[in-house]
Ligand binder design. Structure first.
Ligand code: FER
Length: 284
């Protein structure tokens, strides 16, 4: 009896060591925060450009707008990779630009050689005729429009970008990320279309994120397909459970990813700007 018990304990010990090691190996984390001034204009740093663009959406049946960042020294002889970056439930195509200074974050990182020059598209992820964040933003048709956006993105917006801008039309040069509702979109669309995207980021992803087994029905192919899977959330965020459940599923299925639990992080742009700063440095 004593022998069996001792042997069982040994096995349990070995199993725990194995589980512990595999958890360390599957996910990486880091605690560094973006440095002071990362989101402010710096002297001597060349500025990229933000423009409003328009595209025809067969999905919605309207002409839709997006913002588009082109890096400093943008030229038609270069072919650029593209990041598609999504807003939250209360936002629209301007949300990142108005609250997150993404262009300044990119300009500063590019000047320091820490980010590849890329085109960043800031779409409107509420794919319906009136896509403004008006009235009750949680209304069913408005929430559904965030999932309809998958078709608009794949069939209307990406083809428009690839027909009109000097971009590399290949999954390894296409990234998708977003905050909250847009984080859910990025995980759903990115993991659901790994033939289109090789770099995926969910920042404080909302409950529109599919349940893990639906999000990743085929865990064994993810590591070979994706170049980066980045999930992050503030530890004070009421939506933290969504990121934790995704992280636990990824770990237990040996799917490599970066998992950042941001100390004293809330559901706000302090966290999302920090995520953007770190995520774009890992791309391409
Ligand atoms: C929810 C709570 C929050 C939800 C969405 C959100 C669809 C989105 C938050 C955001 O985008 O900031 O229950 O359900």
């Amino acid at each position: 009896m004593i022998n069996i018990f001792t042997s069982m304990k040994k096995h349990l010990l070995l199993i725990s060591i194995f589980v512990y090691i595999s958890v360390i190996v599957n996910s990486q984390s880091f605690i560094e925060r973006a440095p002071e001034g990362f989101d402010l204009p710096q002297t001597g740093v060349l500025a990229g450009k933000i423009d409003t663009i328009a595209y025809e959406s067969n999905t919605v049946g309207t002409t839709r707008n997006a913002l588009l960042y082109t890096p400093p020294c943008f030229n038609l002889e270069t072919q650029y990779p593209v990041l598609y970056l999504f807003h939250g439930i209360g936002g629209d195509e301007f949300e990142w630009y108005v609250n997150g200074s993404p262009n300044l974050i990119f300009d500063n990182l590019i000047a320091e050689g820490k980010m590849k020059p890329m085109i960043v598209v800031l779409p409107n992820g509420r794919a319906m005729k009136n896509d403004r964040a008006e009235g009750n933003i949680f209304e069913r048709d408005k929430v559904e429009a965030f999932s309809t956006f998958e078709q608009d993105l794949l069939n209307d917006l990406i083809p428009h970008i690839e027909a009109n801008y000097p971009v590399i039309k290949e999954r390894k040069h296409r990234a998708i990320a977003g905050l909250s509702m847009g984080g859910g979109q990025a995980l759903n669309f990115g993991l659901g279309n790994m033939n289109h995207f090789a770099w995926v980021g969910g920042f404080s992803s909302a409950p529109n994120t599919k349940a893990p087994s639906e999000l990743i029905p085929n865990p064994s192919i993810v590591n070979e397909k994706l170049e980066l899977l980045y999930i992050s959330c503030g530890d004070q965020d009421a939506l933290l459970h969504v990121t934790v459940r995704t992280h636990e599923f990824l770990d237990s299925n040996n799917i490599l990813h970066i998992y950042r639990l941001i100390p004293n992080g809330h559901h706000d742009f302090v966290v999302w700007k920090d995520d953007l700063y770190h995520f774009v440095q890992l791309l391409f």
